[in-house]
Design a protein around this ligand. Structure first.
Ligand code: ZN
Length: 151
C-alpha cells in the first residue's frame, strides 16, 4: 500500500491571498505560464538535490486547495513521485507584479517539505515543521531575488 502524505502550505504573511471571486480573469497572456512553473521546478529541484524525484507542478484554482493555502504537495516515498499544486494568479489578491515571486516561493516551500518527507509524520511537530519550512524557503527565495550586498 502506498502511503500518501500531504502537507499544506500554510498561508503566512502576504495579506489575504485567497479570493472566492471567480470573476477576476483577465484577458491577455497569463501572468505566470505553465512553462514558467516548470522552469522554477527544475531550477529548484536541482538546487535542492531532489533530482531523484519525479515531480509535477500544476496551477490550480482556489477551490482545488485547502482554504487559506497557496500551495500543496502530495508525495509517495516508495515511488519517489510528487505533485505540487500552486494557486492560479487569477485567484491571488496580491498586486500582479508580486505574484510570480510568490508562486516561485510556493514551489520552493513545497520542495523543502519534500526533503522532510523522510521524517516520521508527527502531528505534534507539524507546526514547528511548518515554521522551519517557511523560514528556509523564504530565505532561499529572498537570496535569489535580493543577493547579499558586498558593500
Ligand atoms: Zn508548508
Amino acid at each position: 500500500m502506498v502511503l500518501f502524505l500531504t502537507l499544506l502550505l500554510v498561508f503566512v504573511s502576504l495579506g489575504n491571498a485567497a479570493s472566492t471571486s471567480r470573476n477576476r480573469l483577465t484577458s491577455g497572456p497569463p501572468i505566470v505560464s505553465e512553462q514558467q512553473t516548470q522552469d522554477w521546478l527544475h531550477l529548484w529541484q536541482k538546487r535542492l538535490h531532489l533530482e531523484d524525484w519525479k515531480i509535477d507542478v500544476k496551477i490550480v484554482r482556489i477551490w482545488d486547495l485547502e482554504q487559506g493555502t497557496l500551495g500543496h504537495i502530495d508525495w509517495s516515498v516508495p515511488h519517489r513521485t510528487a505533485t505540487i499544486k500552486v494557486l492560479n494568479p487569477s485567484d491571488y489578491e496580491l498586486p500582479k507584479d508580486k505574484i510570480p515571486a510568490d508562486m516561485e516561493l510556493s514551489i520552493v516551500h513545497e520542495l523543502v517539505h519534500l526533503h522532510l518527507s523522510v521524517l516520521p509524520l508527527n502531528k505534534a511537530t507539524r507546526g514547528a515543521e511548518e515554521q522551519v519550512v517557511t523560514m528556509l524557503a523564504d530565505a532561499l527565495v529572498d537570496l535569489e531575488h535580493h543577493p547579499v550586498s558586498t558593500e
